[in-house]
Design a protein around this ligand. Structure first.
Ligand SMILES: *Cc1c(COP(=O)(O)O)cnc(C)c1O
Length: 291
């Protein structure tokens, strides 16, 4: 199975046209940059594997995508996390509920997650995927995304292009910039500091082509904020597109603040993550009574 060739639409804001690459439409369950990061495993037969193992937060978009991958491949899926709040386990929708519905086995522990996983699963039939999918195989699908963008830019006669996507691990932005050296990839740090993001890049793949960080010095990861809510509603209305409520509100807010500094046409990569919106919306609603 190949998940490729997502469509591009556009909308106008403050006298500028912004293009959107709709990776959220790649597949109902395997979408966004998670589908790109997992493309290597989706497209290749791995007959010696029957168990997928990973670890991280229980609201992770990657966790849900891994549950869809395991279901597709008919693998077991074991996921390690710290014990979640009771309310998280009671939810009937969102990444955790949907991943459990896909057959995910949740193992909770107080021990270091990565160490526990590597100590427990070392058989040939077990495939370990890093938190956030931060590993070399992720480049395979990002190269495909880079090729689609290059082709699209050429077709539209764009010789320069400013590509934007918000970062968690920063893996998607890094591999995109590495494989599109002729264009500028902009990103912002949604998790941790700008320095942390640069350090992640250095560890994963030292390259001269690092993305350009538009620093986020204000917004904490996955924390409802009224200004971000207003930005996300504005973008939703103008673009007729629903975006994720964890990464994209920060992404759009920071991008809009830098709009006048960027002269090249802008292409925003929609990274999916819409299944997690149900739980994030509830958190916004609890804090700001917006429904
Ligand atoms: C995972 C995710 C990101 C961040 O991707 P990284 O490769 O970890 O930087 C951004 N947006 C959405 C919607 C995501 O699910």
């Amino acid at each position: 199975m190949k998940l490729i060739n997502s469509p591009v639409t556009s909308f106008d804001i403050n006298g500028k046209t912004i293009y959107i690459k709709h990776d959220e439409l790649l597949h109902p369950d395997l979408s966004g940059n998670k589908a790109r990061k997992l493309a290597h495993f989706i497209e290749h037969d791995l007959p010696h594997i029957d168990t997928l193992v990973s670890y991280g937060g229980v609201q992770s978009n990657l966790m849900f995508s891994l549950s869809a991958l395991a279901k597709l491949k008919k693998w077991q899926f074991i996921y390690h996390s710290y014990p979640p709040a009771k309310t998280a386990l009671q939810q009937t929708t969102g990444n955790l509920a949907q991943a459990l519905a896909n057959g995910m086995q949740l193992v909770t522990t107080q021990q270091n997650l990565r160490q526990t996983v590597y100590n427990t699963y070392n058989q040939k039939n077990q495939l370990i995927i890093e938190q956030g999918g931060a590993q070399l195989e992720a480049e395979y699908g990002i190269i495909q995304l880079a090729n689609e963008i290059r082709h699209w830019a050429h077709h539209n006669g764009f010789t320069e292009l400013a590509i934007f996507l918000p970062s968690g691990t920063g893996v998607s932005a890094l591999y995109l910039q590495k494989n599109l050296p002729e264009f500028t990839v902009y990103t912002t740090n949604c998790v941790g500091t700008p320095e942390y993001l640069q350090q992640q890049w250095q560890e994963l793949a030292p390259t001269n082509h690092q993305p350009t960080i538009l620093p986020n010095l204000t917004y904490r990861f996955a924390t409802p904020d009224y200004e971000l809510w207003q930005t996300s509603q504005l973008i939703k209305q103008l673009s007729s597109t629903e975006f994720d409520l964890v990464y994209d509100p920060v992404g759009w807010h920071i991008l809009l603040n830098h709009l006048q500094q960027i002269s090249a046409p802008i292409l925003y990569i929609h990274c999916g993550g819409l299944i997690g919106n149900l739980t994030m919306f509830n958190r916004y609603n609890y804090k700001y009574k917006i429904d």
